[in-house]
Design a protein around this ligand. Structure first.
Ligand SMILES: Cc1cc2nc3c(=O)[nH]c(=O)nc-3n(C[C@H](O)[C@H](O)[C@H](O)COP(=O)(O)O)c2cc1C
Length: 296
């Protein structure tokens, strides 16, 4: 024991040296990260706005720093007003819930679209409906680009088919391509020329406030996705069809030809029209309520 206690001061000294070395190493790593411009993920990560793919056409302007947020002070005195939406008797609620389910249960993704013209005002109203969606802090982070010009539709088709061919042949991999076989999709997208309207929905990853300052768009992807769901329901309500498409790797090129700013990222591309007379859909079945609901 006496022999051991003779060594104690040496152990303490070695222990202290180790702690100091460890601390110096930590400081060095921190400094290297700062020089590389990497942020401290715990203090700076913003999962509600940062989950967006960067694209190589993005050139941040000098006045778009992270810390340049718009001042929300002007909205602090927003009045709150009474709200009394219609209330239905129970029978009526049951009937309405059944009817609405029946309507939306008839919705299908349709890849055969008629060139027959669709009244423009209907499309406007469908987009108005999508614009009623809830959004993080009411930032309304969506842009709906309606394309009916034949040349622009064709340019979009060219880009989508070029990228989709690479997707199917290389990027998606065998499993994904096999999972899609039952739907019989390929990279050929005739509907992009034929449909009277193409609707390209962009999420604004941040807004531009007064004086060019950045405005945080909280949960922008979730907000725009909700809005797209409402838009699909609105299309079904007027008897129009579409196919939800999220063409992989096409976003940056489509954004450029549609002249959208760099804060906007393509979320969805919807061809819209009446179904063609010979339209078919895969005979898919939907999961029953018991498989999708848990009641606790
Ligand atoms: C996020 C998302 C992306 C999709 N992307 C494509 C696509 O790129 N091309 C396509 O033909 N269908 C696409 N679809 C449509 C699905 O294949 C379709 O919704 C699914 O097969 C179910 O069929 P239904 O919509 O007729 O119920 C997509 C659907 C969703 C929700």
């Amino acid at each position: 024991m006496a022999f051991m206690s003779g060594f104690t001061p040496y152990f303490i000294a070695v222990f202290c040296v180790l702690i100091v070395c460890f601390w110096i190493q930590l400081q060095r790593e921190k400094k290297t990260k700062e020089l590389k411009g990497e942020s401290d993920s715990t203090s700076k990560a913003k999962p509600w706005v940062d989950q967006d793919l960067q694209d190589d056409t993005e050139i941040p302007s000098p006045n778009q720093g992270d810390d340049e947020e718009d001042d929300p002070g002007s909205e602090l005195d927003l009045p709150h007003v009474p709200y009394a939406p219609p209330r239905y008797a129970v029978d009526s609620m049951l009937e309405r819930s059944r009817d609405f389910y029946t309507l939306l249960n008839q919705r299908r993704s349709v890849r055969f679209i008629s060139p027959e013209p669709v009244p423009r005002e209907v499309i406007d109203n469908v987009i108005r409906t999508a614009g009623t969606a809830p959004s993080g802090a009411h930032t309304e982070p969506w842009t709906f680009v309606v394309v009916s010009d034949p040349d622009t539709k064709h340019a979009i088709r060219t880009i989508v088919e070029e990228e989709e061919e690479v997707n199917y042949r290389q990027r998606m991999g065998n499993k994904w391509v096999k999972d899609l076989a039952k739907i019989r999709t390929t990279w050929v997208k005739e509907y992009l020329d034929v449909a009277p309207y193409l609707l390209l929905i962009f999420k604004q990853t941040y807004g531009i406030g007064t004086g060019g300052k950045r405005k945080t768009h909280y949960y922008n992807e979730i907000s725009v996705s909700i809005s797209c769901g409402m838009l699909l329901a609105a299309l079904q309500n007027v008897g129009l069809v579409t196919v939800t498409s999220t063409p992989l790797n096409c976003g940056p090129r489509l954004r450029v030809i549609l002249q959208r700013p760099t804060n906007e990222k393509l979320l969805m591309l919807l061809p819209i029209g009446y179904p063609s007379d010979d339209a078919t859909v895969p005979d898919l079945k939907r999961k029953p309520l018991d498989d999708i609901m848990v009641h606790i």
